[in-house]
Design a protein around this ligand. Structure first.
Ligand code: DC
Length: 237
């Protein structure tokens, strides 16, 4: 897209990165700071997985998942102050974070028909976002929003990511054995998300790499907000 087109297009901030890079927290905070909508696309893949499990579809059977994936009505509320996710009208924000969904989501997210359906919903969310949107996931900059105003690839060392996740879980009172098992599962999911054939996690050529290992949350938010504001000044958006 030419610069002139970008200037008139709504602001889209595409943020990608692996689990534990701080994507969700950062993206939501950037959206709140800039008055934009916020979309957690991982929650949509989780919602699809929750529906499959609830309806006894074998998540490891890609053909069965492909056939069923048009059925659930998945709706994302994109207010950065209180994002929501429903499936067939039911609030699933709690259940989609549970261990069954977490264990099954990489397999469901690897099914091309699932991705086609959810990418369409994601673009729809951006179209109706009044002031623009911050969208986070694995393929925002590469597939879903190739003409995004700003693309960021958030990363953090494996040690920093594991430590953050462990701290979050400890704060919730989770025991150490479970924390170790969840770290192994996180590594497995990252490997699966990066090696799948359709839309693997990869940095877009025009994305800005932000390594959060040694930055505070506030520093990361400042950095991304500055990137967006700089881009808007340069394009007059
Ligand atoms: O960000 P998360 O852990 O909630 O994501 C859940 C899963 O969905 C994860 O295994 C990667 C996958 N995902 C994806 O394939 N594409 C996206 N745009 C977002 C998430």
């Amino acid at each position: 897209m030419e610069t002139a087109d970008r200037a008139s297009a709504p602001v889209v901030v595409a943020i990608d990165g692996p689990s534990g890079s701080g994507k969700s927290t950062v993206s939501r905070a950037v959206a709140a700071r800039l008055g934009l909508s916020f979309l957690d696309t991982g929650a949509m893949y989780r919602a699809m997985t929750w529906w499959m499990l609830t309806n006894d579809v074998d998540v490891d059977d890609a053909d069965a998942v492909a056939i069923a994936c048009g059925k659930p009505v998945i709706v994302s509320g994109t207010d950065a102050a209180g994002p929501t996710i429903t499936v067939d009208g039911q609030d699933v924000s709690g259940p989609i974070r549970g261990p069954e969904v977490t264990a099954g989501v990489s397999a469901v997210a690897a099914v091309p028909q699932v991705r086609t359906r959810l990418v369409e919903l994601q673009r729809g969310c951006a179209e109706v976002a009044e002031h623009g949107i911050v969208a986070e996931g694995r393929d925002m900059g590469t597939v879903v929003f190739p003409d995004a105003t700003v693309k960021v690839f958030l990363t953090a060392s494996e040690a920093a990511r594991a430590e953050r996740r462990a701290a979050e879980l400890r704060a919730k009172g989770v025991d150490e054995a479970t924390i170790t098992a969840m770290a192994a599962d996180l590594a497995r999911r990252d490997a699966a998300d990066s090696s799948r054939e359709t839309a693997p996690l990869t940095q877009a050529v025009d994305a800005v790499l932000v390594d959060t290992s040694d930055l505070t949350l506030e520093q990361v938010i400042d950095r991304i907000a500055a990137l967006v504001q700089d881009r808007q000044v340069r394009t007059g958006a």
